[in-house]
Design a protein around this ligand. Sequence first.
Ligand SMILES: Nc1ncnc2c1ncn2[C@@H]1O[C@H](COP(=O)(O)OP(=O)(O)OP(=O)(O)O)[C@@H](O)[C@H]1O
Length: 239
Amino acid sequence: METGSAKSALLDVYIEEAGYEEGQPRIRDIAFQVQTGELLGLIGPNGAGKSTTIKTLLGLLKHAVVRVSFGGSSGRYAYIPEQPVFHDDLTLWEHMDLAAAVYGLDYEAFVREADRLLAQFGMEQVKHELPGGFSKGMKQKMMLMLGFLAGPDVYIVDEPFIGLDPRATKDFLRLLDEERQRGAAVLMSTHVLDTAEKICDRFIMISAGRTVAQGTIADIREQAGLPGASLFDCFDSLT
Ligand SMILES: Nc1ncnc2c1ncn2[C@@H]1O[C@H](COP(=O)(O)OP(=O)(O)OP(=O)(O)O)[C@@H](O)[C@H]1O
């Protein structure tokens, strides 16, 4: 049983309830911690409350009873949203420059890191273009690069795989792995369960706004009563 005392939790969340309108909670009793270097998968069917959970811990919902603490030396986190958000009149490079300024990065370090990310994601050719003309996957890559640029203690990633081609998926996973080795913690919501089963250390599975299972794949199998089953089969049975 992990108590969180041996390692320090970089993200500690307890949501008593949260919703969009007064007196209409959409999620209840959701609690989890993410330790340094760990990847926690947030999974559940459409409408289960994954995005609501993320919005709640980011402090974006007015009607929430929640306790969140970010650990780490900087207390800094990066949120990579499912729907790309960008300024129509700023180029990709200008977005990166703006993010670097917000994060207070040293200019030379920023240029080095930005160039590395652009090369990694094959986006150098379009760095001076406006993102409005980018494909869905290119917009997604832009959001990932802006997140990685921050070099935060905690990554909160909402469904990163939709729109990414296999190569970009691999590049993203490699960068995420490097960040975890550096000690960053990651909370990631996804429907791509075969990938999640391979890469996540632990899972929290929610359905209809409540936790239905939590733990390692072995714990989830036990909670589903399906020894040796895939994450997909456990998901199917539990939700
Ligand atoms: N902006 C909103 N206003 C009111 N209700 C909302 C809003 N966004 C989501 N909901 C409701 O909250 C519940 C949880 O939705 P949420 O978007 O968190 O699900 P999800 O697990 O992220 O689903 P998906 O996998 O489809 O993205 C649903 O009943 C949904 O209708």
